[in-house]
Write a protein that binds this ligand. Structure first.
Ligand code: NAD
Length: 259
């Protein structure tokens, strides 16, 4: 059987953070279809247990802001399956108290930096030694299209955190490019997930204010991000590293959108 028929990630071990919902969950499902051993890390233990049972993946409780828990997550993957081939560092938050810089207090700022940016530092730091030993690995960090363009509807700490994720991914991609390890940043446009639904629940005007800027005229579905992550995780993207991988329905390229 050709490796393609077996699945594009057959025999690979993937760690996915934030895999209990949205983009992470869609990616867990996609990776399982493609034959990967998946270790899902999240703080939502009830959902984690359900998903593990339904999809046959390994669930590990992890708060991605906690170094020892992150280290244990990657050790679990290695101890269970014998390698760490893919790290999809994806957990993130977008809380309502992170808005304009004029209104966002230090505590709200720090919380988002911890969960969205420090977490990616911790996950990359934990994954890299396994990958460098193997001389093989693909790290995909979830940034956002807001890392590449400004919004008047500010979430200041969120945007700054995603800028950090993008920059860190680029630097790591360059540093380890000759060691068999690729590092890329996924930059989604707005995706129809609980995170987004929470933001625009009961506020059709806020949703419309954004939709007008999207050439495709709709939000993405999580499965469309999972397909992009699969591409970056698989050997099909073997000459891609340190890239800003925009999957945004054309937002970042648009001046005037179709009416
Ligand atoms: P989501 O809210 O649907 O899922 C996020 C998951 O992360 C949840 O399962 C949650 O339990 C988990 N999580 C939160 N805090 C955690 C912590 N401290 N430790 C471990 N797990 C934790 O979100 P989503 O929309 O799927 O977003 C996933 C990623 O994509 C985030 O980094 C987000 O910033 C990014 N993103 C989302 C959009 C969008 O429009 N939805 C756009 C661009 C980027």
């Amino acid at each position: 059987m050709s490796s393609r028929m077996q699945g594009r990630l057959q025999g690979r071990t993937a760690v996915i953070t934030g895999g209990c919902s949205g983009i992470g969950l869609a990616t867990v499902e996609r990776f399982v279809e493609e034959g990967a051993n998946v270790v899902l890390g999240d703080i939502d233990d009830d959902r984690g247990a359900e998903i593990a049972e339904k999809l046959g993946v390994t669930y590990a409780h992890v708060d991605v802001t906690d170094k020892s828990e992150v280290d244990a997550l990657f050790r679990t993957a290695y101890d269970t399956y014998g390698s760490v081939d893919i790290a999809f560092n994806n957990a993130g938050i977008s809380p309502p108290d992170d808005t304009s810089i004029l209104d966002t207090d230090l505590e709200a700022w720090r919380k988002v930096q911890d969960v969205n940016l420090t977490s990616v530092y911790l996950c990359c730091k934990a994954a890299l030694p396994y990958m460098l030993d193997q001389r093989r690995g693909s790290i995909i960090n979830t940034a956002s299209f807001v890392a590449t363009m400004g919004a008047a509807t500010s979430q200041i700490s969120y945007s700054a955190s995603k800028g950090g994720v993008l920059t860190m991914s680029r630097e790591l991609g360059v540093q380890f490019a000759r060691d068999g390890v690729r590092v890329n940043a996924l930059c989604p446009g707005p995706v129809n997930t609980p995170l987004l639904q929470e933001l625009y629940a009961n506020d059709e005007e806020a949703a419309q204010r954004r939709l007008v800027h999207i050439p495709m005229g709709r939000f993405a579905e999580a499965s469309e991000m999972a397909d992009a992550v699969l591409f970056l995780a698989s050997d099909e993207s073997s000459f891609m590293t340190a890239t800003t991988f925009l999957v945004d329905g054309g937002i970042a390229a648009a001046y005037v959108t179709p009416s």
